[in-house]
Design a binder for this molecule. Structure first.
Ligand code: PLP
Length: 427
């Protein structure tokens, strides 16, 4: 059966035919392809066509798909245990490795997704501080936790309203939304609500609405104003954690976040998430403390072993440095070609993340800096790439992920495909 037939069958069984909305290609148009195999930098459609993959399951596969070293470990563990629901050594080994690499984390708890990690961290923050409200930033995605499906309706910081049906007004009212890259709005929010705010949650490298690289002073300001009001700071590093360095973005700051959330890379392609933080916060989690959080499949041996094998290899092979260089060469190379041919695209990048967008004069740090026509231009680029055998995440606002399996040779081919597609998209 081909992708179209499978999608038609699937639509009868799941909402929109998918199990996570972006997969449906709604924002790029056309019908989604079905893929049933992946290896290194490639994914293969059911029709047998090979694609260079820059979506990489939306970030987890930092070594590429099914890295052979990780695969061996997973195969060995699968002979021993799948899910135990008991104390086991696999999570202990991963926790010890993380603790060694991320010393500012006192304790951590494994869960099964980034959403769960965020939901739990918010509960711990509220339980620790004894306040209800949290601050998030316009355009940031923190998983589908009810209270996080909220953004500012206008450019002004203020009370949130939900973007999703089914979120109660009460829950939405506990989320205050500010804008990135504007200290005065965060200040105003704290001036008006400071004594009600349990925590600020922020992606220190926002990568869910394009790649919005923040000024360090801005992030430091957010941390300071939270501290000044007795609120906690949560860094959501579900994307950046273990991808841009072992310590993620938090490693760059002297004043560390109280809580951090991880997922994606940390699970090596398996459903793993984690929240971590200071003893002051984490000792409030059950059974030590009164903030309840639990999970049937939490610390699943296969995910724990895959995560550990991935992180060890990332460290041993200096993957972060390698990917930083590769991404830089790749993005700069594309930008040069775009410039020379006057193609209206541009690549922003940081570490192993990149984002292709329309041209702008300055950096894109918040939603107000977005170039016009991003969605329409990307749609053409996306389909051009797809036709030529390259898979970008199917949304103009998703970033591209680089993996260790994307060798220079493959990146050369990818660069040509993206350039040709951009020329075609220009019309
Ligand atoms: C920053 C951030 N937080 C949380 C999540 C939710 O993670 P998951 O999709 O594993 O639930 C995501 C997912 O993309 C994310 O990018």
């Amino acid at each position: 059966m081909n992708s179209t037939e499978l999608f038609d069958r699937s639509k009868k069984l799941s909402p929109g035919g998918v199990h996570s909305p972006v997969r449906a290609f709604k924002s790029v148009g056309g019908k989604p392809l079905f893929f049933d195999r992946a290896e290194g930098p490639y994914i293969y459609s059911v029709e047998g066509k090979r694609f260079i993959d820059f979506c990489l399951s939306f970030g987890p596969n930092i070594l590429g798909h099914r890295d052979p070293d990780v695969a061996r470990v997973v195969a060995a563990v699968s002979e021993k245990a799948w899910s135990l629901g008991t104390c086991e050594p696999y999570s202990l080994e991963l926790a010890e490795f993380i603790k060694e690499e991320v010393p500012f984390v006192d304790k951590l708890r494994f869960v099964c997704s980034g959403t769960e990690a965020v939901m739990s961290a918010l509960r711990v923050a509220r339980g620790t501080v004894g306040r209800d409200k949290v601050v998030k930033f316009n355009g940031m995605y923190h998983g589908h936790v009810d209270g996080m499906l909220v953004k500012a309706g206008s450019g002004l910081a203020g009370q949130g309203a939900s973007d999703s049906a089914g979120v109660s007004a009460n829950v939405a009212s506990e989320t205050l939304v500010s804008e990135l890259d504007d200290e005065s709005l965060v200040d105003e929010l704290f001036k008006n609500h400071g004594d009600e705010i349990a925590a600020v949650i922020i992606e220190p490298l926002p990568a869910n609405y394009g790649l919005l690289i923040q000024r360090k002073e801005y992030l430091e300001h957010v941390i300071k104003v939270s501290r000044d009001h007795g609120s906690l700071v949560i860094f959501d590093e579900v994307i950046s954690g273990f991808r841009i360095g072992m310590q993620g973005m938090a490693g760059d700051f002297t004043d560390k976040p109280d809580l951090v959330t991880y997922g994606k890379v940390m699970g090596g392609g398996f459903p793993v998430g984690c929240y971590a933080g200071s003893n002051e916060c984490m000792d409030n989690v059950a059974p030590s403390g009164s903030v309840y959080q639990a999970g049937t499949l939490a610390a699943n041996p296969m995910g724990m072993a895959a995560g550990l094998a991935t992180l060890k290899k990332v460290k041993e092979e200096n993957v972060h440095e390698v990917l930083r260089d590769r991404t830089q060469r790749f993005a700069k190379g594309l930008n040069d070609r775009f410039d020379k041919s006057d193609v209206p695209f541009q690549v922003s990048y940081k570490e192993s993340l990149f984002w292709i967008h329309g041209r702008t004069d300055g950096p894109i740090r918040s939603l107000k800096d977005f170039p016009d026509g991003q969605a329409e231009n990307f749609m053409k680029l996306f389909h051009g790439c797809l036709d030529r055998g390259l898979y970008l995440a199917p949304s103009a606002f998703e970033v591209g992920f680089m993996s260790f399996a994307h060798t220079d040779e493959i990146l050369e081919e990818a660069s040509q495909i993206i350039f040709d597609s951009a020329m075609e998209a220009r019309g």
